[in-house]
Ligand binder design. Structure first.
Ligand code: F6R
Length: 357
């Protein structure tokens, strides 16, 4: 039930701090240590390479998950779009582990790959919001998202839950391998939940940003580097699917290799900067688009903000920034869609669960 909320999407955006706190509880033992199925822990340690398979928003979560697993657990990871993987299977490693990320657990494109890899005799883990779903039943292992039902077609809380569970999986594997991560993940996720709450309280401001930057435009660009780039892909997908504005996420360094030709007078460019070592570069890219007439909206992180930034996100651990930086983008999309009179929860041409290939 959406209760007093006008739309499920807004309710589900607001639920994100609670979902993260729930995940912290579910994946914690009585001593405050990470709690994960021993068989999953073993499968992660046995793998010489991980293949993440997903579609849409779940694919975007996979891109961030790759960084978590490679940086923390030291296992190489490839991330593949399910529909491409099924006819373009890469050369596999000796001991691959497949991770399927799917909110619904029913996505046909992902299932087609799962059927294929099971035939080859490989192990598969499904990260899903629906234990008991097809992808969960047909895989060897399941990690639940504990996000509660997601009703709006545009995925919000499932994405941040996927990121949290991927971080838990990465840190758990790191610990099992004797690599000591230099931070306490559960504590850092608690800080993330608090930051999410602050962001969910910034709705009026996000509504103003949407009105200011996206009310009349036909297109909009999101630029970022590193983890911010992946969040830009997700921000652009959110905006295009519910507001029908043509939105694209670009790796900021690629702008000069082509996309900058799209910049016209007043083109909205939303720039994300949450990574200290990349801040100077992304701000340089903002200057380049401004010189071509773009209307820039810089979203930065506490501690790195500069005069003129349109919005500042509370600081969180540098690997976990996607869990918080996506929230302003979700809210901006929501208000842009609302402003344009779109059906926020049921965008045209889309279904919540895509059960055809
Ligand atoms: C976008 C969205 C879709 C899904 C995609 C995969 O907001 O919801 O892109 O992420 O269809 O769905 P699942 O995660 O259920 O496999």
């Amino acid at each position: 039930e959406k209760g007093t909320y006008p739309h499920y999407m807004l309710k589900e955006i607001d639920e994100q701090p609670f979902v993260i706190r729930n995940i912290i509880q579910q994946y914690q033992d009585e001593n405050g240590n990470l709690k994960l199925d021993a068989s999953i822990r073993q499968a992660m340690q046995d793998a010489d390479r991980i293949y993440i398979i997903a579609c849409g928003t779940s694919y975007h979560a996979g891109l961030v998950g790759k960084q978590f697993i490679e940086k923390l657990a030291g296992i190489p990871v490839e991330v593949h779009i399910a529909s491409e993987f099924s006819y373009n299977m890469p050369l596999l490693s000796q001991k691959p582990l497949f991770i399927f990320i799917s909110q619904s657990g029913e996505t046909a494109d992902s299932r087609a790959v799962l059927v294929q890899v099971k035939k080859l005799g490989h192990k598969a883990l499904t990260i899903t919001n629906v234990p008991g779903s097809t992808l969960s039943r047909e895989a060897d292992y399941t990690l639940p998202l504990y996000a509660g039902p997601e009703i709006a077609v545009a995925s919000t809380k499932a994405y941040t839950a996927q990121l949290a569970v991927l971080a838990i999986l990465a840190v758990d594997t790191a610990i099992a391998k004797g690599l000591r991560p230099d931070f306490d993940l559960l504590k850092e996720l608690g800080i993330v939940a608090n930051a999410m709450e602050t962001l969910c309280d910034s709705k009026e401001e996000m509504k103003r940003v949407a009105d200011e930057f996206l009310s009349i435009h036909r297109n909009a660009f999101f630029i970022g580097r590193g983890l911010d780039f992946y969040v830009c892909l997700e921000g652009a997908l959110k905006l295009k699917e519910i507001s029908y504005i043509q939105a694209e996420g670009f790796a900021a360094g690629e702008l000069k290799h082509g996309p900058i030709a799209l910049i016209e007078n007043d083109t909205p460019v939303i720039a994300l900067s949450t990574q200290k070592r990349l801040d100077l570069n992304i701000r340089g890219n903002v200057k380049e688009v401004v010189a071509r007439g773009a209307n820039p909206c810089i979203i930065s992180m506490q501690g790195m903000e500069e005069v003129g930034d349109r919005f500042v996100i509370p600081a969180v651990h540098e690997l976990l920034t996607p869990l918080v930086s996506v929230i302003p983008l979700q809210l901006i999309s929501y208000y842009a869609a609302l402003h344009r009179g779109c059906d926020v929860d049921k965008p045209r041409n889309l279904a919540k669960s895509v059960t055809v290939e």
